[in-house]
Design a protein around this ligand. Structure first.
Ligand SMILES: NC(=O)c1ccc[n+]([C@@H]2O[C@H](COP(=O)([O-])OP(=O)(O)OC[C@H]3O[C@@H](n4cnc5c(N)ncnc54)[C@H](OP(=O)(O)O)[C@@H]3O)[C@@H](O)[C@H]2O)c1
Length: 299
């Protein structure tokens, strides 16, 4: 195993900062934002302890003059809708075979990256939770697990190598040979929760109340049958249990889509609901609840 590879993280938002703060202790790490930013990062751990972490924060143009720091892997930590542009910008600065690791939610950018990028494209599904605080802070809001794999299972050694470095940095991580299934399951959870809480501006737990409970169940019914028709294996406990367990576990949370709507930012609507509507179209089926959700959610 390479004793100290160089990784870049493209996107210095919540997840980018979280992974950077921990990975910088075990490998050579560059956190790339759109604008120059000074180190250190203020990292608020789950224990509420805050520490200053010296992370090499930079921009792609600043890295252009440093040919010796080419990465052996680039983690993509942009929002789904910003990822293609970010990767186009990245392409001028790295070897075409450089492996990418997509951290995006949904199931829209992953197949597109796999199609257009010449090198390996790994995908992660993570339940880690983080949010930014000011220009330099990141709060680790929830401990999770990160699964890594690729859509065709063509890069198992690379995926295991990646997991090794994530674990070494203190993350709970696993290689997943069925990452496609896991991404769809996470999408199902996000699709059943995020657009509704964003539309009604409520915390996740309020979905248990009337009239929202019926709305959630109707969305789950549509998602489950669309995904099964696409060949996605249903979760062992069923779609309803999968979603309701997350609602209970995150009852006090404001979902990221709600935070985006409240802050007037773009949402990941297309990455989360888009693939379901595309599945409905492929299957020539009407998905009225999902259609309505899509139209009621800002893009
Ligand atoms: N946060 C979480 O807890 C969490 C958990 C699981 C999965 N995810 C997924 O992870 C992805 C990232 O989420 P996030 O919460 O970290 O988002 P975020 O806080 O909005 O961070 C995204 C970052 O990407 C930057 N960016 C956009 N375009 C760029 C470009 N061309 N070059 C360089 N940087 C660029 C943005 O910069 P500006 O600030 O300049 O726009 C922003 O700092 C999403 O798909 C999300 O669904 C997040």
């Amino acid at each position: 195993m390479d004793s100290s590879p160089t990784w870049w993280i493209l996107g210095a938002g919540a997840l980018g900062r979280l992974f950077a703060a921990r990975l910088t202790t075990t490998l050579s790490l560059h956190l790339i934002g759109r604008h120059p930013a000074g180190a250190p990062l203020h990292y608020h751990a789950l224990s509420s302890e805050c520490s200053s972490v010296d992370v090499a924060r930079t921009t792609l143009s600043a890295l252009a003059s440093k040919a010796h720091v080419r990465p052996s892997l680039v983690m993509l930590a942009t929002k789904s809708y910003a990822t293609l542009t970010a990767v186009e910008e990245l392409a001028a600065h790295v070897a075409p075979q450089t492996p990418l690791l997509s951290l995006q939610n949904g199931f829209s950018i992953q197949p597109r990256l796999a199609e257009l990028w010449a090198g390996p494209v790994l995908c992660a599904s993570t339940t880690e939770a983080a949010y930014v605080e000011g220009d330099t802070g990141v709060v680790h809001a929830g401990k999770g697990t990160t699964w890594v794999g690729d859509l065709d299972n063509a890069w198992p050694t690379l995926a295991r190598d990646c997991v090794y470095w994530l674990e070494k940095a203190g993350f709970s991580a696993y290689h997943d040979t069925a990452i496609v299934q896991r991404l769809w399951h996470k999408l199902a959870i996000n699709a059943a929760i995020n657009p509704l809480v964003a539309r009604y501006r409520i915390r996740n737990g309020q979905l248990r109340d009337r009239p929202f409970r019926r709305m959630v169940d109707a969305v789950i019914d549509e998602i489950g049958s669309l995904l099964e028709e696409e060949g996605v294996v249903p979760p062992q406990a069923g779609w309803h249990t999968l979603v309701w367990e997350v609602i209970v576990a995150t009852a006090n949370n404001r979902a990221s889509m709600l935070q985006d709507v409240l802050a007037g930012r773009s949402t990941e609507r297309d990455a989360i609901l888009g693939p379901l509507l595309a599945a409905a179209k492929r299957q020539r089926r009407y998905a009225p609840t999902l259609e309505t959700l899509y139209h009621d959610t800002p893009s």
